[in-house]
Write a protein that binds this ligand. Structure first.
Ligand code: PNW
Length: 485
């Protein structure tokens, strides 16, 4: 893309939220403090070979002890909002029963620290860290987990509903279901396509039940949301076979969640594509009216588009997975995260890549914003994650220059502004991530932060992108890509 010069049309509305996002397991550390018990990510990190370098969130960036410094950093960046997640097993260690006060106290203090500085808290209840006890009882493939999630949502709402007014049930249920239970590159590391589809449905149901519990507890003005990672799927060619590959992935990446949530239905083509794996009898009467609970905001997490084609060797869609590890950004696994779509090949688009090997394409974000403007009419949109990993290194003077990240952010924010001009109701943008942190299966090897973290000393150094973003948050004017881009 070509950076465009700043003009009136590059000025965001004054009430547009400028945020940054994190999640509990990726930043908190202190995994055995305050009564917290292990989540599936603690277990997964201890399983040899699952996480690069044998890394874990045991210490992470020690946010549990350094949150006051981190809130100060946010204020220095002029942030008007901060998106964080609650560690379920800090609040309800076994996933059942009463809340642990010490767990809630941590989040209450954090929220009060944010409010004191005029930073609006956006709370996510579930960013992938299921209490291990619930996984041992079957995890998301079991229906009971959805009910446990709703109970937990009610407990947190009772404790923090007087001071948090933006509530997100789930972060990226696609990753929980299909990377957690399908390809196994995320916790709990199971590789069963049927379990993955069952998990997807129970995450949908858990979202709906939790939304009900939140509505019953929270003040009327509170906003209810979910954050999805919809895929901007493109067909490699316009051949019927490649277009059908795109349709299949669109069903498994996007419509498997937006169908139940926005329309109260699973699309027929999704049921047909997966019919040889399951008859979907785990969907009970009444479930789809629960999953369709009204949303006040739809959160969109976007990083990179996907390009797909159909294999030409007649491999069966429900047969053994024949593929080589593919450049689709979902980690390396012999198992597919796409149940019943083994004939679909993923391609790395030409052009520049980030350190994740993800391609850079702001048009994918524009397309998604326009799509959900059509498909979720009347539901305001929020970019709840966008950002990029780069191999950041401090210069001899200690400064961290990340012009590539500035260009990435600039391009994507220009796409957001363009979508807004074209009718998308976008209320805010949360940069992923405030700080360098534990990047799941990649461990500490991938840095997404606007703020650099020295993992030896835990020293925080704002990168040049942080200063750039802070200026944007202050003025609301999208500048030309500079200063060091
Ligand atoms: C999101 N994929 O994860 C998460 O919400 C964050 O916790 C994470 O750090 C961030 O994006 C960067 O990865 C994703 O394979 C992980 O498509 C994997 C995928 C997408 C999002």
């Amino acid at each position: 893309y070509e950076p465009v010069p700043a003009s009136a049309s590059d000025t965001f509305p004054p009430d547009f939220l400028w945020g940054a996002a994190t999640s509990a397991y990726q930043i908190e550390g202190a995994v055995a403090e305050g009564g917290r018990t292990p989540s599936i990510w603690d277990t997964f990190c201890r399983t040899p070979g699952k996480v690069s370098g044998g890394d874990s969130g045991d210490v992470a960036v020690d946010h549990y002890h350094r949150w006051r410094d981190d809130v100060r950093l946010m204020a220095d960046l002029n942030l008007s909002a901060y998106r964080f997640s609650v560690s379920w097993s800090r609040v309800q260690p076994t996933g059942r029963g009463p809340a642990v006060q010490r767990g809630l106290d941590f989040y209450r203090a954090l929220v009060d620290g944010l409010l004191e500085r005029g930073i609006r808290p956006s709370l996510t209840l579930y960013h992938w860290d299921l209490p291990q006890e619930l996984e041992s009882a079957g995890g998301w493939p079991e229906r009971d987990t959805a009910h446990r999630f709703a109970d937990y949502a009610g407990l947190v709402a009772e404790a923090l509903g007087d001071r948090v007014d933006m509530w997100t049930t789930l972060n990226e249920p696609w990753c929980s279901a299909f990377l957690g239970y399908g390809s196994g590159v995320h916790a709990p590391g199971r590789t069963d396509p049927v379990a993955a589809l069952r998990a997807a449905h129970h995450l949908n149901l858990g979202h709906g039940l939790a939304a009900r519990a939140l509505r019953a507890t929270l003040p009327k003005a509170a906003k209810l949301a979910i954050s999805l990672n919809p895929s901007a799927v493109r067909a490699r060619t316009q051949s019927p076979a490649d277009l059908d590959a795109r349709r299949r992935i669109d069903a498994l990446a996007n419509r498997v969640f937006t169908g139940p949530m926005l329309k109260g239905a699973y699309d027929d083509d999704l049921l047909r594509d997966t019919a040889r794996l399951t008859d979907w009898s785990f969907v009970h009467d009444g479930d789809l009216s629960i999953t369709k609970h009204p949303l006040d905001l739809l959160g969109i997490n976007y990083y990179a588009p996907s390009v797909v084609s159909a294999a030409t060797d007649n491999r069966p869609d429900n047969g053994p997975d024949l593929r080589e590890p593919r450049p689709d950004g979902h980690g390396e696994s012999a198992h597919s995260p796409w149940p019943g779509a083994n004939s679909v090949l993923f391609h790395r688009p030409p052009g520049e890549l980030t350190a994740m090997d993800w391609s850079i394409d702001p048009t994918g974000l524009y397309d998604l914003l326009m799509r959900y403007t059509r498909e979720a009419p009347g539901v305001p949109l929020m970019i709840t994650e966008n950002g990029a990993a780069y191999d950041d290194k401090p210069a001899p003077d200690g400064a961290v220059h990340d012009p590539d990240r500035i260009r990435y952010l600039h391009g994507h924010l220009a796409a957001v502004r363009r979508a807004m001009r074209d009718g998308a109701d976008v209320r805010g943008y949360f940069l992923w991530s405030l700080l360098d942190n534990f990047e799941w299966a990649y461990g500490y090897g991938k840095r997404f932060g606007a703020v650099y973290v020295d993992y030896e000393t835990q020293a925080r150094t704002p990168k040049s992108s942080a200063r750039w973003y802070g200026e944007l948050a202050r003025t609301g004017v999208l500048p030309e890509a500079g200063p060091d881009a």
